[in-house]
Structure formats: structure tokens, C-alpha cells
Design a protein around this ligand. Structure first.
Ligand code: 9MG
Length: 307
């Protein structure tokens, strides 16, 4: 299965007793994460593949499918461990789309990517109908920004028994940034995720299949996002892998004064910080650049072997 090659690429050039070689041997034991049929090295990179009308120029459904497939191929070649395919825009203010529209957008792409790219496909959806159809078309995981709270979603995933990412969001995409409020954002996000883990367990969904995500930017101010980032490690004691996504988000725009098209350096820095704060998986647009940055971070995180 797909994996993110975070290990140092230097091993073949090193003398076998050098500190770097010892580091490399230690790195060969890099933690593996097993989530049902998905087995990946962590930290891992999840590549974002949006199939929304603004993501590919609309040359018809086959042209969109082929362009999406090329993007998936290049993300896999760049080291993505998972490819996350979504047809619903989740940007602040985004309108809901109906089931049929979402199915029409994502299914041809899920089918094509799952059939020809050797990296597991995740379906980014909250709709049980889309979850079932995407899994029947080859998706190996579900990414749900609504944490299986839509009617029928929890029972669908309990039947499917496949890995699922449970994300925290305050409000809904259309209104979530109007006036987010918390008395303690870290403990409220943590309690919400703990409650969703319990709900999944009670429904009969295997706990080993769950991933948790604080939902950066989903009903949170810049200050809330910074507080969550600074305390991300607290989510680790939920006992499940942590996924985090800050790539190109508006918080990075506020922190740097950069437009979305200029947020690559800030996105890479955010990915490195989230991993150093305990994230196992980072959800990003720019896979190759993030994989390189995480290679450097992985070496630093293993540096006790050099002493
Ligand atoms: C769909 N989507 C957009 N941002 C996201 C994030 O931060 N996490 C997850 N799991 N999904 C996201």
C-alpha cells in the first residue's frame, strides 16, 4: 500500500557506522500505522484531490476525470500515502450540494484513481449514500468533516467497517466563520472527539479504524487555530492517530499576509509544526514539497540516536 517515504534518502551514500547510518537504521523502524486495510508509515501525507467545479476547467466529465487522475498519479509519485477525493466544497460560505451532484462528481474519479493508482483512496464526504457508493467503487477510507453525525452515516460506516476520520467543526460550512465561540477551544474539541469515539464504539464500529482531527479553520478564529496547534499533543491521549489540515487555509493568510496562491511556504511550515506537535497524517495540496520538509523533520525527531 502507499506510503510516504519520509526516511532519509542518504543511506546508500553513508559509511555503515556513521551517525547518519545509525540514524537511518533507526529510521527503518519508522512507526507503521495500520487502519483496517490501510498500512502506512507515519508521519504520512494525505494529498487533496478536489473535484469541485472550480478545481478543473470543465472540458466535460471525461476531461475532468482524466485531469484528476493525472493529479492523483503525480501526488502518488511525490509520496502521498493517501489520496483524499472530495466533491463538496467545504470552504467557509460554501453551499450544500445534493446527493446526485456529489455522486456524479466523485464516483468516476474514485473509480479511476482506485483502479490505477497504487495509493489508498479516501472519500471526503458526510453523505451515507456517497460513502457506500465510493467504497463500492474502490475507496478504502472515509474522511467526514461532520464526524458521522448526518443521519445514517454512523450506521453506514459501521456496516462498511473501514477507516474513518472524525473531524471537529463548530457550525456548518455556510456559517461557521460568522462568530465561533469557545470557553476553552482545546478541551471542547477534545471532548467532542472523545464523544464521537464513544458513539462509534457503541454503534459497533471498531475503534482501531478511527482517526481524529481538530478541524483547523472549521468554526475557529485564527486565535483558536493557534491555540489548537500549540496544544495538538493533548489530542494524542484520545488513543487514536491524529490527522491535521492547515494547507493554504485562511489562518495562514492572516498570519503571513499572503493570498491563497502564495501560501506554500506557510503551508509547509504548518505541516512540519503539526507533525512535531504529534500529528500522524497531514492533509495537504502540495505533496512533494511537504514530503521533503517532513523528511527533514523526521531526522530531527529521531536525533536522540545521534548522541
Ligand atoms: C475536507 N477538509 C478540508 N479541510 C480539512 C481538514 O482540516 N481535515 C479534514 N479531515 N478534512 C478536511
Amino acid at each position: 500500500m502507499g506510503k510516504c517515504p519520509i526516511r532519509s534518502p542518504l543511506s546508500s551514500q553513508l559509511d555503515s557506522n556513521s551517525p547518519q547510518s545509525r540514524l537511518e537504521r533507526r529510521s527503518n523502524d519508522t512507526s507503521m500505522l495500520t487502519l483496517g486495510s490501510i498500512r502506512i508509515e507515519v508521519p504520512a501525507v494525505m494529498g487533496i484531490l478536489n473535484v469541485t467545479p472550480d478545481s478543473f476547467s470543465d472540458g466535460g466529465k471525461f476531461a475532468v476525470r482524466d485531469a484528476a487522475l493525472r493529479q492523483a498519479d503525480s501526488m502518488a509519485a511525490a509520496g502521498a500515502a493517501i489520496i483524499d477525493i472530495g466533491g463538496e466544497s467545504t470552504r467557509p460560505g460554501a453551499k450544500d450540494i445534493n446527493e446526485q451532484e456529489e455522486l456524479d462528481r466523485v464516483l468516476p474519479v474514485v473509480e479511476a484513481v482506485a483502479a490505477s493508482v497504487a495509493v489508498p483512496v479516501s472519500i471526503d464526504t458526510s453523505k451515507p449514500v456517497v460513502m457506500r457508493a465510493a467504497v463500492a467503487s474502490g475507496a478504502a477510507m472515509i474522511n467526514d468533516i461532520r464526524a458521522l453525525q448526518e443521519e445514517g452515516a454512523l450506521s453506514a460506516v459501521t456496516e462498511l467497517q473501514i477507516p474513518v476520520c472524525l473531524m471537529h467543526m463548530q457550525g456548518l460550512p455556510r456559517t461557521m466563520q460568522h462568530s465561533p465561540e469557545y470557553s476553552d477551544v482545546v478541551s471542547e474539541v477534545r471532548s467532542f472527539l472523545a464523544a464521537r469515539i464513544s458513539a462509534c464504539r457503541e454503534a459497533g464500529l471498531a475503534e482501531e479504524l478511527l482517526i481524529v482531527d481538530p478541524g483547523f479553520g472549521f468554526g475557529k478564529t485564527v486565535q483558536h487555530n493557534v491555540e489548537l496547534l500549540a496544544n495538538l499533543r493533548q489530542l494524542r491521549d484520545l488513543g487514536r492517530p491524529v490527522l491535521a489540515g492547515l494547507s493554504r487555509k485562511s489562518t495562514l493568510g492572516v498570519l503571513t499576509g499572503r493570498d491563497v496562491s502564495e501560501r506554500l511556504p506557510a503551508s509547509i511550515a504548518a505541516a512540519v509544526v503539526t507533525v512535531m506537535q504529534g500529528a500522524d497524517i497531514v492533509r495537504v495540496h502540495d505533496v512533494g514539497e511537504t514530503v521533503d520538509a517532513l523528511r527533514v523533520a523526521a531526522v530531527v525527531m529521531e536525533s536522540d540516536t545521534l548522541r
